[in-house]
Write a protein that binds this ligand. Structure first.
Ligand code: XIL
Length: 535
């Protein structure tokens, strides 16, 4: 059956008629005939999906609810049970949106998983603020946590069968395994066991989970094992450890996933695959390469990876509590905004025309997919040959757009909270660069580790944040530097050039690396410098 015809039979679905840009594509009718995803795993584990708010409120998305009803047996609110949605102001609980999902799920026979009670994101600032405007004293924060958990779990008792209690509290540094969040800073390390105990008391019948990303990383796994050991000793063992499983077609290898899954299960918890999706981008790739379309060899490669991961899950079914997809519709999957805002990803199972992708078949029937198409060769994007160029003149500054080259997996980018812009100008025989950084991810100033580096004429020039040239400006900081240009550079009229902003390696919230020209993460000469022209 391994020929291109069988491919045609499975995937050649007619292109739908033009869809108005504002209208979401209706799911292709084949999705309503395809056998059900969750039935395929009926003997192994439940299969569910996250649901965004407007699937329930915008009629244009109503057909997608039919797809969800057919293919999934449980749902998770993608955002509506997070703290900022359930208690935006102190004492003001807003359950309407979450209730809408729970009502729909109950009416359609799907179970509901709760996400999430404690997280450092999507939690309002008031939670951590004291009456005097400063930081909330520990007793107050504890009381707020207590109230939130009791009220929320009480509200959904008997209707939400389990909760992500602690979300993303770990680091990938086993020597310092707990995330430096406001929870940790104010309450100290005991907050984790306390929170589990609170949740246990609030709803003794609910399953309780610790949930985190990057769990195939052995260092992150070590942090998790440390936490579980500690929770066990403090009589606060969770029932479940959630491996979020936001993966890419390139990472992690199936063996690493298996290793973590088995190690977690060996502690006595069950494992949930809690937020499954698969980006088509390598983590360090920031290009918007697949805006027009997902190349077919890449669609097949993605499916091959999914098939192998699903086979692993089936082999480990005894340890798996559920598999939850975090966004099966490509056009509504969060990876379209993370880690690169506005970039088009294809991390789901259903394409932008509403058609099932090869990934859909692979998720449903990995053996059938692999027999027909596997092994699919790895697919790598081609790098463009041309280096970027910028021209500077004395009378007109030039602006550089830095792209986010690397965000280590222990950092979550909050949209709109990090802005870096660079202005370049010629001033006599010097180049002036003004770098503006607004980084409201935390309140602190740039640390001494923050570094601007300019690659000019074969050499990096570094300016760390302890130089006096760093000054506060508006919400952020501005660094002005002057670099003398040698006569031969001025005469040549162009030089190899790059600019990098790195912040701040010592900060536990993680490193950012943004660069103008080079697309490789490295410390030495850029693999691909750009060109600076002096006009
Ligand atoms: C994401 C949602 O999918 C987005 O819609 C939202 O803007 C940000 O949060 N880990 C988690 C999830 O635990 O709550 C996140 O969901 C994805 C990463």
């Amino acid at each position: 059956m391994r020929n291109s015809n069988s491919h045609a039979v499975v995937f050649a679905l007619a292109l739908p008629a033009m869809v108005a840009a504002s209208e979401p594509a209706a799911p292709h009718e084949s999705l309503m005939h395809a056998s059900s995803l969750h039935h395929a795993y009926a003997d192994a584990f439940p299969v569910g999906t996250a649901v965004p708010r407007d699937f329930l409120t915008d009629r244009a998305y109503a057909p997608r609810l039919d797809v969800i009803r057919r293919h999934f047996d449980h749902v998770v609110a993608e955002n509506e049970m997070k703290w900022e949605r359930l208690q935006p102001e102190e004492g003001v609980f807003t359950f309407e949106e979450a209730d809408r999902l729970v009502d729909w799920a109950e009416a359609n026979g799907l179970r509901v998983w709760g996400h999430t009670l404690l997280w450092h994101n999507q939690v309002p600032d008031w939670v951590f603020e004291g009456p005097d405007g400063g930081e909330a004293p520990p007793a107050l924060l504890r009381e707020r946590l207590h109230t939130h958990i009791e009220t929320v779990m009480g509200h959904f008792r008997g209707r939400v069968y389990g909760w992500d209690v602690l979300n993303e509290v770990l680091t990938s540094d086993p020597a310092d395994p707990f995330r430096d969040s406001r929870w940790l800073r104010i309450l100290g390390e005991d907050y984790m066991a306390e929170t589990i105990r609170l949740a246990r008391a609030a709803d003794p019948d609910a399953l309780l989970a610790v949930n985190d990303y990057g769990m195939s990383n052995p260092d992150k796994l070590a942090s998790a094992l440390h936490l579980l050991e500690r929770l066990g000793a403090e009589e606060a063992m969770p029932d479940i450890f959630g491996m979020q499983s936001h993966m890419s077609v390139y990472w992690p290898p199936v063996e690493m996933i298996e290793n973590s899954l088995r190690a977690l299960a060996a502690t006595g918890v069950r494992v949930a695959i809690s937020e499954f999706d698969m980006s088509v981008y390598d983590w360090t790739d920031t290009a918007d390469r697949y805006r027009e379309a997902l190349p077919e060899p890449l669609a097949l490669f993605q499916a091959d990876r999914i098939a192998r991961v699903m086979q692993l899950y089936r082999r480990c079914a005894a340890d798996i509590e559920r598999v939850t997809h975090w966004g099966p519709f490509d056009d509504r999957n969060w990876k379209n905004n993370f880690p690169v805002e506005g970039r088009r990803d294809h991390a789901g199972l259903i394409d932008r025309h509403g058609r099932p992708k090869p990934a859909f078949l692979a998720f449903q029937s990995p053996g059938v997919f692999l027999a027909a198409f596997g092994p699919v060769p790895e697919w790598r994007p081609e790098e463009p040959e041309t280096a970027p160029e910028v021209s500077v003149r004395a009378d007109r500054p030039a602006y550089l757009r830095l792209s986010q080259l690397a965000v280590p997996p222990n950092t979550l980018v909050d949209r709109g909270r990090l802005r870096v812009s660079v202005e370049l100008a010629l001033a006599g025989d010097a180049l002036e660069a003004a770098l503006d950084v607004t980084d409201t991810r935390w309140n602190g100033r740039a640390s001494d580790e923050t570094v601007l580096r300019v690659y000019l004429d074969g050499k990096w020039h570094a300016f760390s944040a302890d130089v006096p040239e760093w000054e506060a400006s508006g919400e952020g900081e501005r660094l002005r530097v002057r670099l003398a240009l040698s006569p031969h550079v001025i005469e040549a009229g162009e030089i190899a050039f790059d600019l990098e902003w790195r912040a701040p390696a010592a900060d536990p919230r993680g490193t950012y690396l943004l660069r103008w020209a080079d697309t490789a993460y490295g410390d030495d000469a850029p693999e691909r410098a750009g060109v600076l022209r002096l006009d």
